[in-house]
Structure formats: C-alpha cells, structure tokens
Design a protein. Structure first.
Length: 348
C-alpha cells in the first residue's frame, strides 16, 4: 500500500484547476481505506502590485486664466489668455480637439459682447454681497443691474457700498436702481430691463440658489445663433441640486405642464429663475409685460411662445433655500401663476 505521505505534491502533480492558495491540501490514499490526510501547504504570497506613475498635480484656481502645456509662455508683463476669449479657445482646441471642446462647453465669446445681469433684490442682506462677488468673478464682459424693491433690511446700504467700491473693472459695470414702494419681482425686473444696454440679458436671483459660474453654458446657444431665449432647467437631471420640498417640485412641474398646454412648448421648468434673452426679444415683449410678482414667469413664457422665438433649455444646478433661510414664494403665488397661465395663454 502506498504511504499517503509519499504522494508527490510537486506542482506538476497538482490539478491545474486547483487554487495554489488552498490550505490545507487534502490527500486521499490509493486504497479503499477511506482515510485522508491533510497537509498544510505554505501560503503563496500575492504578487506585488505594479508601480504606478505619480498622479499629475495641477495648481489652477477656478475662474483664473491658465496656459496649457503646449502654449507659448506669456510675454513678460502680459496676462495669460482670458477664459472664453478667442486665444483661450484656440489653445484648448489645439490640445483637446474640436469635439472634446464641444462636449466640455469650451467655445469663444466675442470680446465685444456685453452680458446684462439683472438682479431683483428684496431683503437679501445675508447673500447680496456674495452673489454680486460671484457674478463679478465670471470672466465675461458684464453690466450688473441691481434693483432694490424697497427692502426693509440692510440691502440698500449694501448696494450703495457695492456701487461705491466697484472701481475700474473692465469686465464689470455695476448700476443700481430702487423702488420707493415694494412692488414685487416682476416689477423689479421691468425696471431693470428698461435700463439694460447689453446684447444678452440674464435674470439672476439675489440669493445663492443659482450659480453664476454657469453663465457661459447658458448663453452659448444664443452666442452661436441657435436660440433667442434660453431657460435654465432644474429638472433636466444632469446637474446637482439640493433635495428639499417634494410638493414644491410637484407644483413646479404641474404649472410647467399647464403652461406647455397653452404655449405648445415642451419646457421642463417654466418657473426657473435663469432666463436668458437676446436684446431684441426683450424689446419686443417688454411693453406688454404687466405682472408685478411671480406671475412674471408664465406671462413672459406665453409672450415668447406667441411670438415664436427660438427657445432652448440648458440643465443647471440648484441649491434651494428653506423658508427659514429667506425663501419668498408661497402657495398664493402658485394660484396667481395658474391664473396667469390661463390669462396670457389666451391673449396678450
């Protein structure tokens, strides 16, 4: 009888499908005794991981101009290319290619183009300085129009400070207007619209719910001649948003659907703050605008649709605030919006 301990355990005698890490290794004798012996095999150490090259490190501040590796160094005493300038875009196009630039939203904005940002303000002392600073940081030539709708907090004082300290910034011109009596968001926007001088006009709330860094994406369809109006949608789904009130989102989507029935548009977010217009669009509809409060949203949507302007939607991020943080809109505004959908869906 063969001694089970004499059974060879060399690699050549093992089952090729057997794991070399199995322990213990069971050996069965050749006779019918039914006994088996367990032999402890030394563990096989795992292979050492391959050495990976070190990660590339970048020291680039957001919203700051930068040079790509194959760009010629800037001449002494000159600034690197400003983001969205023709030189900046061409340097990216050489490195990444036109297709990648297209997918990443890199394109050239004419230096002569002026963006007018209209900011209606009512009791926004907590966020006013921050939002203006963020708007100013966007690397585009802009006029910032602040409209104080008779705020009862320190907003007027903060506006005066912002205007006084604006300095001589070639990319930002800040102007301020005020109402002696509180009239509402729609009235504040009409006041701002009547004073803008830019080629493209954009609405920005004074809170921090909407991110000004998304301006280049929002205006791109207009700059490229594809759209007359752009809405920034919170519900297209590919941008981050804070999770808050479920019934608010239901009401927003329902009002958008009702608006779409009358306008025959397929918007996903009619109530969005981010609305962008070519100057000619506002010139056409401004004399017809009547709503003073949040009825402005369905009113201007109906007037745009009736005049058959080209409308695009772009996804935007959304950092909604709570009522404790100063949110203004309420259920009464929802019923007012519903009335405006019917009213302006039928006629101007």
């Amino acid at each position: 009888m063969t001694d089970p301990l004499d059974v060879p355990t060399t690699p050549e005698s093992r089952d090729p499908n057997e794991s070399p890490l199995r322990a213990p290794h069971v050996v069965t004798p050749a006779d019918d005794s039914g006994e088996s012996y367990a032999i402890e095999l030394p563990p096989v150490p795992p292979p050492a991981p391959p050495e990976l090259p070190p990660l590339l490190e970048f020291d680039v501040e957001l919203d700051e101009p930068f040079l790509l590796p194959n760009d010629p160094p800037a001449a002494e005493g000159t600034e690197p290319h400003r983001p969205f300038s023709s030189e900046w875009y061409l340097s990216l196009k050489r490195t990444l290619g036109a297709t990648a630039c297209r997918q990443l939203g890199f394109y050239a904005i004419p230096e002569t183009l002026k963006l007018s940002v209209v900011i209606p303000i009512y009791n926004e002392e907590a966020t006013l300085e921050s939002i203006v600073a963020r708007v100013r940081a966007v690397p585009l030539r802009k006029e910032i129009v602040l409209v104080n709708d008779c705020s009862r907090d320190r907003s007027a004082e903060i506006i005066d400070k912002i205007v006084a300290e604006q300095g001589t910034d070639p990319l930002n011109e800040i102007r301020a207007f005020s109402h002696k009596v509180n009239q509402g968001k729609g009235a504040a926007l009409r006041t701002g619209f009547s004073h803008v001088t830019g080629d493209i006009i954009l609405i920005q709330d004074a809170d921090l719910e909407y991110d000004p860094s998304e301006y280049p994406r929002l205006i791109q369809p207009i700059v490229e001649g594809k759209a007359d109006v752009v809405y920034g949608s919170r519900f297209l789904g590919d941008q981050p948003h804070r999770v808050l009130y479920y019934w608010h989102s239901v009401a927003n989507k329902w009002l958008t659907t009702m608006s779409n029935w009358f306008t025959n548009l397929n918007l996903t977010d009619m109530e969005t703050c981010f609305k962008v217009f070519r100057r000619e669009v506002l010139q056409a509809v401004l004399p017809k605008l009547k709503q003073n409060r949040f009825g402005f949203e369905p009113e201007i949507t109906a007037k745009i649709a009736r005049r058959r302007f080209r409308v695009y939607e772009m996804s935007v991020s959304y950092s909604g605030r709570t009522y404790e943080q100063g949110k203004h809109i309420g259920w009464k505004d929802g019923f007012q919006a519903l009335w405006c959908i019917f009213r302006y869906g039928i006629a101007d």
